[in-house]
Ligand binder design. Structure first.
Ligand code: XIL
Length: 334
């Protein structure tokens, strides 16, 4: 049977998934399936400033590239395209950040970070999530921008600055703005879509070197407010700004669904299928990535656990690496 990456490729699309250094090293069965199914890898932790047990930035003046280099080498050895994730985010900042970074040194710190990290992997990265989650979850905040350390330290131009630095460091990578909460037909997501669109319009009109929107697509299996027409219109508005679109972190939360796993899997698969059938109609969409591949390794067991404490089932493969209905749904969408 053809893998997801092969099915995607026949349509000129890319299928990929997030994975972590530790899981790929400790679980050879997972690594094998990962290579079979994905044409692209995004590191779950290793390219963040500091996340979990991974410290790309142990201190203000140094870098620890061990895990990041390993991820790049793994992807090159196995013919995977690579996504850099992420240069500017309000999460995953190291402990020293708050104490040591101020309005005097922040710009130089960010400049050196982007030059060093992006510069190190020139020619090896398909796309960079230059800025992640910069729009406030609700609309009535300063300029639509989220209050983050970066906004506080550098002002509203920090986004433009980050993209310019990334473009200088690697003129060949696709530079992406990545965000979540853009999926559903409710006032929160509607406000967020509008805020993201105006951010993108503003950047394009300033000449910021931005090439794509990343839509995280952390979906909910219990949400019945997916509106195909509204989502279609949003994608087409983004495309009309001459931007590509990537679905970057797709998974389907089953936190609030009843226990019955067969029923849960059908609901989850339907959410994948409804969403992707609309997304892949839009010519600007070039890639679909899930945030993990197997239910054995998903952030949602920690971040959105079920009340009954049983494992969540958000991804295309189950914990034994077997295809689920979600796999079939993604396969059909390609
Ligand atoms: C998550 C990882 O999956 C977790 O393991 C980590 O502890 C926190 O970050 N949006 C993003 C990703 O852009 O980087 C997040 O990844 C999930 C939400």
């Amino acid at each position: 049977e053809k893998s997801l990456k092969e099915r995607a490729a026949t349509k000129g699309l890319i299928y990929g998934a997030a994975a972590s250094h530790d899981n790929l090293i400790s679980d050879s069965e997972f690594a094998k399936v990962f290579i079979q199914q994905s044409g692209m890898m995004v590191p779950e932790l290793e390219f963040k400033w500091s996340s979990g047990n991974k410290r790309l930035r142990p201190d203000q003046n140094s870098f620890d590239f061990k895990a990041a280099d390993w991820m790049i080498e793994f992807s090159q050895k196995n013919d995977l395209l690579f996504r850099g994730h992420t240069l500017v985010w309000h999460h995953a900042l190291p402990n020293w950040f708050e104490e040591q970074v101020n309005r005097q040194n922040a710009e130089l710190l960010l400049t050196k970070h982007i030059q060093t990290v992006v510069g190190r992997y020139v020619g090896k990265v398909h796309s960079w999530d230059v800025v992640n989650e910069a729009i406030a979850p609700s609309h009535n905040i300063f300029n639509g921008l989220r209050k983050t350390p970066w906004l506080d330290l550098l002002g509203t131009d920090y986004i433009d600055l980050a993209f310019r630095l990334a473009a200088q460091a690697d003129p060949s990578a696709l530079l992406v703005y990545n965000d979540f909460g853009l999926d559903y037909d409710n006032s929160k997501d509607e406000a967020k879509r509008q805020a993201v669109l105006s951010l993108l319009e503003g950047l394009k009109s300033k000449g910021t070197p931005i090439h794509a929107l990343g839509i995280q697509a952390h979906l909910s299996g219990d949400s019945h407010s997916f509106n195909p027409q509204k989502f279609r219109d949003f994608l087409s508005n983004v495309a009309s700004l001459d931007l590509k679109i990537l679905i970057t972190e797709m998974d389907v939360k089953d936190q609030n669904l009843p226990f019955d796993t067969a029923m849960r899997d059908r609901t989850i698969a339907a959410a994948y299928e409804d969403y992707l059938s609309v997304a892949l109609d839009e010519k600007a969409v070039i890639a679909v990535l899930t945030w993990g591949l197997s239910d054995k390794y998903t952030w949602l067991n920690e971040f959105q656990p079920r009340k009954d404490k049983t494992p969540v089932r958000p991804l295309p493969l189950d914990a034994q690496m077997q295809y689920k209905l979600a796999w079939n749904a993604i396969a059909r969408a390609f």
